[in-house]
Design a protein around this ligand. Sequence first.
Ligand code: FAD
Length: 569
Amino acid sequence: MSKPRVIYWFRTDLRLHDSPALKVALDLEPECLYPIWTWDPHYVYNARVGPNRWQYLLDCQNDLSSSISKLNPRSKLFLMREGPTTLLPKLFNSWKITHLVYEKDTDAYARQRDIEIAKLAHEAGVEVVTRVGRTLWDSDRLVEKNGGKATMTQKQTIAAGDKIGNIPRPIPAPKFLPDPGELNLDFESQKPDIDADLNAPHRSSSDKSYAKIAGPNGDFAIPTMEELGLTPATTPHRGGETIALKTLAAIIKDEKYTATFEKPNTAPTAFEPQATTLLSPHLHFGSLSCREFYWRVQDVVDNYKGKASQPPTSLTGQLLFREMYFAAHAKLGFSFEQTYGNPECKFIPWHLPSKIDPKSGLKTREYIVDSAQADEWLNRWKYGRTGFPWIDAVMRQLRQEGWIHHLARHAVACFLTRGGCYIDWERGLEVFEEWLIDHEPACNVGNWQWLSCTAFFTQFFRCYSPIAFPQKWDREGKFVRRYVPELVHYPAKYIYEPWKAPIADQKKAGCLVKGDGSEFEDGQLKLYPKPMFDFNERKDLCMKGMKKAYSVGLRGNDPKVIDGSWSAL
Ligand code: FAD
């Protein structure tokens, strides 16, 4: 009997270590193994992927490709420039594939895509093999063991996990990889492609379309940012399994840090180095296995002589939050990603257009924030021009570097939603989606719901002050001086409230607090905007709004929300 011919489809697992799916592919003892990555709408055509995350992805791919080539110089990561639903059936046929193997993905989008792929594979007589490797437990099983419900607390998540059993230990990276087979793309000659890249000088014009899939040099190379027409990344954070494993090793070496880590005690204002691990983008791209992370930490904790921290605040506790959000997403699918239709999400009438009396032209109803005002505030928040230096510093760090500390995420998310602007969490989510290098749909959505008190967490009366909160961590304002350089010479007592500085001090510090952030200079002096509102006034208004919405008690799947009649409230 002939041996299997396998496509190994890398997606959320850009690594060789602890990959249950790769292991099962190798256990098939294939005649040939094609390690591929396909253009995917999820990454490639989605408009909300900023250059920093793109660069990170390319870093991961380059690193993986060279690791594959180290194990087998005839192999590498073959980058295929076409979406999987149209490409894979052609590859099945051309490469005489018997098995398609990949890591299970429970994201709503990915699930839909994979159902389609499994159907196409079945039609082509190709066996699909998947394994769980993206989470500590299979998210679907967590839901099942949670009584079929979305996991909404860490306690529920741990209880459900306990019913499944121990988190599996990581498996070592393979020591060798089989050759790929022939890389013919003969199907393309039957389908001339007018969009094909013509820069494939060593190929005849009849297979110009080869370039479309195999890249301009026909060698399935990983593209560069320049080739993709993207602006250069500005993040100092680089991707790839090699860096991920080195970073993890350095963390684990510091036994005290690892064993006594307590999230609420890590400073959101720390930079170079940051106070937490910064392993989240590696987990997102799968350049680090979460089980590898979990067990390396747990082993340190188990052998630690002093008092180790415990979930939910410990390092393993952080990974359990990740599990909780993944399983909630696995259960609720697309409805998890928004308020409308979501049974777990509280409905809050965020920013709305004011009602105008057509006769008098006067507003007949004031909302906590009017839509037009919300647009302006959202924009100022996004680009770090709110006039609150702490909020602006965090948002500028996010845009520039693609990663911000968890409590900094708390602060800006609370400020945008229930603790200042009263803008819909889904608008903030979109900005994070664009700029985070660790953007993970389940974690981004879940945390935005948490911070906006629409799900998971309901203590809306606990709010982050943009002044007192950062002062607790960084009295001198080093973090603000770093990311809001126009305030670098401000005395510490005004660094979080520069509008309170007397004009003479403002001039001495070389920056006037003036305007709305649309102008940057006034003669020789720099400009920093005035605060866009009185924070305490806004906070009280928001709390009143939240209180009312909570007392009405609508959820995203309520018929009144679905048909819009809630507006009568
Ligand atoms: P550590 O503190 O070192 O934690 C270790 C790992 O645990 C992280 O790498 C991460 O994978 C996981 N983790 C930690 N905290 C959380 C959490 N609250 N929820 C889920 N997983 C967690 N995390 C993402 O990975 N992607 C996102 O898109 C994302 N969006 C967020 C949006 C908001 C509004 C908020 C408040 C948080 C968001 N988080 C997100 C969660 C958290 O802020 C980051 O995971 C964490 O800051 C990453 O830094 P770290 O690797 O140093 O974390």
